[in-house]
Design a protein around this ligand. Structure first.
Ligand code: NDP
Ligand code: BG6
Length: 494
């Protein structure tokens, strides 16, 4: 595998949760697989007054809890920790960048990192426009000596207008090919496998269109509630938190035209075309095509589950949705007339993310009565998590007299591949950025197109309080009203 050039990874907001749980453990995983360059270091930044020693101690704990690789874990931690450094300053204050730049340059000299820097913004989103402007003011966007890349976390904007503003701000200070907008769903191995399933198998691609596909269903359910993130979530809701980014990206991968090659431009050109072709849901149609829900208190198998409104940091009168189900169409040649259904929610019965392609039934049923009512039949299930894999449902004859038919599954689980290590999404994406490959990062225009679709829905909810927020007992499959959106309800409920 190609190794990254020497560089420093500079994390803003390094005293926070993301760095502790995801970023540093993923960098450690790359280290244990010998995928990092020798001249490499991580510089953590934050206002919290921490010494490099204290930062290392904290990160050691995070690595032990969250790193994925087990081989050589214990023996490699100490040598890895020597690559971590911490510097305390306030990234909102421009004048403080002088000291920061000196510190960075000293570390660059010490590690001989070639003035190649990746700046990772793991801060509250209010700082996403601020930090790049401050970096640029101190020349830290200039690539005359080494590369300068910027990774931006989600949420990317709060609505279309703020996303556009943020894009403009970023592009004033960094060139588009220096900007890496992360969506961890694109880093998931099984999400990328969708591309291989579609474009490396001659049997699927000819069927992948309106002539053979009846409808497409994309589900991402979580069995947990908002936990300690109530404060953030209450200002966001499921539509912004999951649909605008992760689920619309999944949609674009399912529906895109085959790119001529797999590279950042070709892939992202096709993805953005899908997002731009989604038929807008007008404000007056929102009630019909989008169902939102919020979990209420319940008792499941003797376990009491809190209502969303009782969660820490949540307004007791909140109308924020913790569940969304919607139906939409993609108005292009391939998908005309094929409904897409997506749904996501918290406090549902199980954690599962999957894409189900429902193929058309045979035009005439000649076998048993038990298939007569079914409008669709074969299903291809792309299971993203957990138990990652692919399953094809088809009809089989029940052995014995007559022609009774039943569904059977051809089933592949990644776990069946022995000795296969599934890298975490952050591990894959960090490595890609280190290699300068933005294929699995979102482009500004794709995010704007996704917001363009989501915006009228948010506006309708905001402008029309009569649009219902349906309650659903925690631990159930969301409001029953969401069932009415979809034909073939038997697959909608597991
Ligand atoms: P945290 O709140 O845990 O940490 C963010 C860090 O930013 C804090 O440790 C703090 O450090 C610093 N910070 C906070 N406020 C300011 C401020 N006003 N000025 C400067 N620095 C500030 O957040 P997370 O680590 O959870 O998330 C970071 C970003 O990543 C967020 O935007 C979040 O939306 C996004 N994200 C997080 C995920 C996760 O799993 N945690 C998943 C996906 C996205 P200090 O006080 O030391 O300066
Ligand atoms: C995050 C959302 O982006 O994705 C969370 O902010 C959600 O609310 C999470 O829980 C889901 O990610 P995953 O990888 O667990 O499916």
């Amino acid at each position: 595998m190609r190794k990254a050039e020497k560089h420093l990874l500079v994390i803003f907001g390094a005293s926070g949760d993301l760095t502790y749980r995801k970023l540093v453990p993923s960098v450690f995983d790359l280290y244990t697989q010998n995928l990092l360059p020798v001249n490499f270091g991580v510089l953590g930044l934050g206002r919290s007054k921490l010494s490099s020693e204290a930062f290392r101690e904290k990160m050691k704990e995070g690595i032990k809890k969250f790193a994925g690789t087990t081989a050589n874990k214990e023996s490699m931690i100490d040598s890895f920790l020597e690559k971590l450094f911490y510097y305390s300053f306030d990234p909102e204050v421009k004048a403080e960048y002088e000291g920061f730049r000196d510190e960075l340059e000293a570390l660059n000299q010490k590690l001989d990192a070639g003035s190649n820097y990746i700046f990772y913004l793991a801060t509250p989103p209010s700082l996403y426009p601020v930090v790049p402007a401050n970096l640029a003011a101190y020349g830290l966007n200039r690539e005359d000596k080494g590369f300068k890349r910027l990774i931006i976390e989600k949420p990317f904007g709060y609505d279309l207008e703020s996303a556009r503003k943020l894009n403009r701000k970023l592009q004033c200070n960094f060139k588009e090919d220096q900007i890496y907008r992360i969506d961890h769903y694109l880093g998931k191995e099984t999400v990328q496998n969708m591309l291989v399933t579609r474009f490396a198998n001659g049997i699927f691609e000819p069927l992948w269109n309106r002539n053979y596909i009846h409808h497409v269903e994309i589900t991402s359910s979580e069995d947990i509630g908002v936990g300690s993130r109530g404060g953030y979530y209450d200002g966001s809701g499921a539509l912004r938190d999951m649909v605008q980014n992760h689920l619309l990206l999944l949609t674009s991968l399912v529906a895109m035209e085959p790119p001529a090659v797999i590279n950042a431009d070709a892939m992202r050109n096709e993805m953005v075309k899908v997002l731009q072709s989604i038929r807008p849901i007008k404000e007056e149609e929102v009630e019909k095509y989008v169902i939102r829900g919020q979990y209420t208190a319940s008792e499941i198998r003797g376990k009491m589950m809190k209502a969303y409104r009782e969660e820490q940091g949540v307004d007791p009168q909140s109308r924020t949705e913790t569940f969304v189900a919607m139906k939409f169409y993609i108005d292009n040649w391939r998908w005309a007339g094929v409904p897409f259904y997506i749904r996501t929610g918290k406090c549902l019965p199980t954690r599962v993310t999957e894409v189900v392609i429902h193929f058309n039934a045979t035009p005439h049923h000649i076998f048993a009565d038990n298939l007569q009512h079914v409008k669709t039949h074969n299903q291809l299930v792309l299971r993203i998590q957990p138990d990652e894999g692919i399953l094809l449902k088809s009809a089989m004859k029940v052995p014995g007299a007559g022609f009774n038919v039943q569904d059977v599954n051809m089933d592949f689980h990644y776990s069946d591949l022995s000795n296969t290590y599934l890298p975490s999404a952050y591990e894959r994406l960090l490595l890609d950025c280190m290699l300068g490959d933005a294929t699995l990062y979102s482009r500004g225009d794709a995010l704007e197109a996704a917001w363009q679709f989501v915006d009228p829905i948010l506006k309708a909810w905001q402008n029309n309080p009569a649009i219902k927020v349906y309650g659903y007992p925690a631990g159930t499959w969301g409001p029953v009203e969401s069932d009415e959106l979809i034909e073939g309800v038997e697959t909608w409920r597991y």
